[in-house]
Design a protein. Structure first.
Ligand code: CA
Length: 708
C-alpha cells in the first residue's frame, strides 16, 4: 500500500515537471496557482485556470494555432469514456498539462491533458436520494483550483478540497444551512482572495437562497449572504446580509413569503471583478414561482432575479440590479456574467454583460450597477422592452396570468440558460447559446405546499402533450435553438444560426477567428467568429451541452469538451427527439488528430409496454395530475422521455402492478436515484400513475403500429 502511494506520488511529481517543461509557464502545476496567477490568467492562454478562463469569464482562448483557415484538419486527439448517461455540464480546468474536470454526481477526475491518461479519480459518494432534489439533473459544472488544491461542490452540499496531486480529501465542509431541505449544488466554486465561494440550487422545491465564502486553507466559513429575507419571527440571521435585508429587501415582500423559502438561489454565476475588487452573484427565481402565491402578487421581492455586487472579503452589499421585479415565471438571473470594457458613445465603460432567462441582454456599469442598455435577444411575449430610466421591464398586462393563463416566451427554461456564452475582444461579439421555448402559465388552483417536492404554483397540466402527431409536430416546430453573435454595443445580432431544437452547448471564442459549440443533436462544431460560417463538425454520438475550452501542452493547441446529454430540457419536456441513453465522454481535439470513437450503434428502443389492466378514466386522470406535477419533471412530460432517464412507457415494470409498486412506492431503485414517492402519495395514487403512464404507452403503441 505504502509503496503504491509513493509510486503514485513520484509519478505525479514527474508529470508536473513534464507539464512545466513543455508549457514554459510560471509556477509548478496547481501548486503554483496563487492569487497572482489567477489575476493574470489572461496572460497564460495555454492554461484554463478558472471557470470562465479568467476572472473576466469571457471564455476567450487567445491561441492561434487552430484558425478559421485550418480548422478543417481538426481531429480527435483522445477521448475518455464516463460512467453515466446523466448530463455533463463541466468546464474543465487545465493547469500546466493536467486537466481537472467533474462529471455527473459531483465526481472529479484529473487527466493528462495531452494524452487523456487518468491520473486520479474522486467520488464523493453522494447519496443518490439527493438526486430527487436536483431540479435539473445531477450535473456538476466544474472545479476551482488554487495552491495545490482542487475544490468541488457536491450535490449533497459538501464543499470539498482535494489534494491536486493525489485527489485525496484535505478538508470537507457542509454548506447547507439545513441538510433536510431540498438544496443541491451543481455550480462551480470560485476562488477569490483566498476564499472559496459557493452557492446552491433548490428554489423549485422550496429553499431560501444564499452564497457562502470559506477560507481556502482551512475550510472555515468566512461570511454568508442570504439573498431573500427569512421568517421574521426567527429574527436576524447573524450574517452579513442582515443589514441590507432589513434596509432594502424586507419591505418588498408580502404575506407568508418565508413558508416556501422564498427562493433566490445562487446556483451558477459568481464572478470576481479584479479591477474594482467586487464580487457579482447572479440570483435565481422565487419559490414558489407564482408571485401571487409567494407574495400575494405584491412587491419586487428583492433580491430575486438580480445581480448583486458584494465586497469579496466581507460579503457586504454594494449594489444590485433586478432584471425581473416580482418574478413569477422562474426567470432566474443567475446566468453567466462576463466582464469587459466597452466603448460606449465614445467612452470606455467597465461593464458586465448578462443574458438571463427573461430574454434581455443587459449591459451594466459595474462601478455602480447602473443599467446602460438592455435589448431583447429572443421572442418575448411578457415584456415590450426595458425602461432605461427605471431599469424596469415594460410588462405586458396579461403576462402575470392573474385571471387567465398566458403563453409566455421565454419561459422557465429561459431564452438563455446556464450554458455559458463567450466574448471575443477581437470581434467585439458575444456568442450566445439562445433558445425559444414557450410555456403556458396558469395558476395552480388550490395550491398546497408539499415539503421536499416541486412547489411551483403553476398548473403544468395546462401544457398538455398532444396525442395527435400533427399537433405534436406543430408544437415541436416552435422550439428552437440559436447561436447568436450579439453585438453588445449596438445591442443587436451580427449573425445567427438556428438549430432544430433548444438546449445546445456553451460556447468558446478563440483568437483563431473561431467559435466552438456542441449541440443537443450531438455535433461539436466550429464557426467563423466574424461571419458564422460553419467550418467543421464532429459527431459526438451524444448531445453536447457543456462549454468547450482550449489550452496548449507541448506546443500543441487542444480543444476539449465534455459530451453527455442531460439537464432540465431533456428531463422535463416531451418534444425532444427520443434517443438511446449513452454514457458521456471527455472529447479532446487537435490539428491532425486521428483518434476514433467506437462506431455508434443505431438506437434500440424497447417496445411500448401497456398493462393489460382495465383502469378507469378517473384513475387515468388522477394519475395524469400526479405524473405531470412530479414524475414528468425527470421522466418527461406526457411520459415522453428523451433518453436521459428511462422512458416509462417502455418500462418492463409498467405491466406489473407489484413491480411498479416495488419501485415507485417501496424505493427498490433508490440506489440509482429513483427514490420512493410514498412520502407524498398513497399506494392507490401511485397505482393511478401507472394507469396514466399505461395509457400513454397504449397510445404510443398505436402510433408506432400506424407508423406515425
Ligand atoms: Ca429555477
Amino acid at each position: 500500500m505504502m509503496r503504491k502511494m509513493m509510486a503514485a506520488a513520484l509519478l505525479t511529481g514527474s508529470m508536473l515537471v513534464a507539464g512545466l517543461a513543455v508549457s514554459g509557464g510560471p509556477g509548478s502545476g496547481v501548486r503554483g496557482v496563487d492569487a497572482q496567477r489567477l489575476a493574470n490568467a489572461r496572460g497564460e492562454p495555454g492554461n484554463w485556470l478558472t471557470h470562465g478562463g479568467s476572472y473576466f469569464e469571457q471564455r476567450f482562448a487567445d491561441l492561434t494555432q487552430i484558425t478559421a483557415d485550418n480548422v478543417g484538419r481538426l481531429g480527435l486527439a483522445w477521448s475518455v469514456d464516463l460512467d453515466t448517461t446523466r448530463g455533463q455540464e463541466a468546464t474543465p480546468i487545465v493547469v500546466d498539462g493536467t486537466m481537472y474536470t467533474t462529471t455527473a454526481w459531483s465526481k472529479v477526475m484529473a487527466l493528462d491533458a495531452a494524452t487523456g491518461r487518468v491520473k486520479w479519480k474522486f467520488d464523493p459518494k453522494v447519496d443518490k436520494a439527493r438526486g430527487q432534489a436536483a431540479c435539473c439533473d445531477v450535473v456538476n459544472r466544474g472545479v476551482a483550483v488554487w495552491n495545490g488544491m482542487v475544490f468541488v461542490g457536491a450535490l449533497d452540499g459538501r464543499l470539498i478540497a482535494l489534494d491536486a496531486a493525489t485527489g485525496r480529501v484535505k478538508w470537507s465542509t457542509q454548506t447547507f444551512v439545513d441538510v433536510d431541505k431540498p438544496y443541491t449544488i451543481t455550480g462551480a466554486p470560485r476562488v477569490v482572495k483566498g476564499l472559496v465561494i459557493i452557492g446552491n440550487g433548490g428554489a423549485e422545491l422550496g429553499v431560501r437562497g444564499y452564497v457562502t465564502a470559506y477560507d481556502a486553507v482551512t475550510g472555515k466559513k468566512k461570511w454568508r449572504f442570504f439573498t431573500v429575507p427569512g421568517d421574521p419571527a426567527k429574527g436576524p440571521d447573524g450574517e452579513v446580509s442582515d443589514a441590507v435585508i432589513a434596509a432594502k429587501s424586507r419591505g418588498t415582500w408580502d404575506g407568508q413569503y418565508w413558508a416556501g423559502g422564498g427562493g433566490g438561489t445562487v446556483w451558477d454565476a459568481i464572478v470576481y471583478d479584479q479591477e474594482l475588487d467586487q464580487l457579482y452573484i447572479g440570483v435565481g427565481n422565487g419559490s414558489p414561482w407564482n408571485h401571487q402565491i409567494r407574495s400575494n402578487g405584491k412587491g419586487d421581492n428583492l433580491f430575486l432575479s438580480s445581480v448583486v455586487a458584494l465586497k469579496p472579503d466581507s460579503g457586504e452589499y454594494l449594489w444590485h440590479y433586478q432584471g425581473t421585479p416580482g418574478e413569477t415565471w422562474d426567470f432566474t438571473q443567475t446566468q453567466p456574467i462576463l466582464l469587459s470594457t466597452l466603448m460606449i458613445e465614445g467612452k470606455p465603460r467597465k461593464v458586465l454583460m448578462q443574458a438571463p432567462k427573461n430574454g434581455f441582454f443587459y449591459v451594466i456599469d459595474r462601478a455602480n450597477g447602473q443599467l446602460i442598455s438592455a435589448k431583447g435577444f429572443a421572442t418575448q411575449t411578457w415584456a415590450k422592452g426595458v425602461d432605461l430610466k427605471t431599469g424596469r421591464p415594460i410588462e405586458v398586462e396579461e403576462a402575470r396570468f392573474r385571471k387567465d393563463g398566458f403563453l409566455v416566451m421565454p419561459s422557465a427554461l429561459g431564452a438563455h440558460n446556464w450554458h455559458p456564452m463567450s466574448f471575443s475582444p477581437r470581434t467585439g461579439l458575444v456568442y450566445l447559446p439562445a433558445q425559444e421555448v414557450p410555456l403556458f402559465y396558469k395558476t395552480e388552483e388550490g395550491f398546497k405546499r408539499r415539503e421536499g417536492a416541486w412547489n411551483l404554483g403553476i398548473d403544468l397540466l395546462s401544457n398538455p402533450v398532444p396525442d395527435d402527431p400533427a399537433q405534436f409536430k406543430a408544437i415541436k416546430a416552435m422550439l428552437k435553438g440559436k447561436l447568436i453573435a450579439w453585438d453588445p454595443v449596438a445591442q443587436k445580432p451580427a449573425w445567427e444560426i438556428t438549430y432544430d431544437g433548444p438546449w445546445n452547448g456553451g460556447t468558446l471564442a478563440t483568437a483563431g477567428n473561431l467559435v466552438f459549440q456542441g449541440n443537443g443533436g450531438g455535433a461539436v462544431q466550429a464557426f467563423k467568429a466574424t461571419t458564422g460560417e460553419k467550418l467543421w463538425s464532429f459527431d459526438a454520438q451524444t448531445g453536447v451541452i457543456a462549454p468547450p475550452v482550449s489550452y496548449m501542452v507541448g506546443g500543441v493547441q487542444y480543444v476539449a469538451v465534455m459530451a453527455g446529454y442531460g439537464g432540465a430540457y431533456p428531463l422535463s419536456t416531451a418534444f425532444d427527439d427520443p434517443r438511446e441513453a449513452r454514457n458521456g465522454r471527455v472529447l479532446v481535439f487537435k490539428l491532425g488528430g486521428t483518434a476514433r470513437l467506437p462506431k455508434a450503434t443505431a438506437p434500440q428502443f424497447a417496445p411500448a409496454n401497456p398493462p393489460a389492466d382495465a383502469f378507469t378514466p378517473a384513475q387515468i386522470a388522477e394519475g395524469a395530475g400526479i405524473y405531470e406535477a412530479t414524475c414528468g419533471l425527470c421522466h418527461g412530460a406526457g411520459a415522453h422521455s428523451s433518453g436521459v432517464l428511462p422512458d416509462l412507457r417502455r418500462s418492463g415494470a409498467l405491466a406489473d402492478a407489484e413491480a411498479w409498486k416495488a419501485i415507485v412506492h417501496d424505493g427498490a431503485l433508490k440506489a440509482n436515484g429513483m427514490i420512493s414517492f410514498a412520502k407524498w402519495y398513497s399506494p392507490a395514487q401511485l397505482e393511478s400513475v401507472r394507469a396514466y403512464v399505461g395509457d400513454q404507452a397504449r397510445k404510443l403503441k398505436a402510433r408506432e403500429a400506424a407508423g406515425r
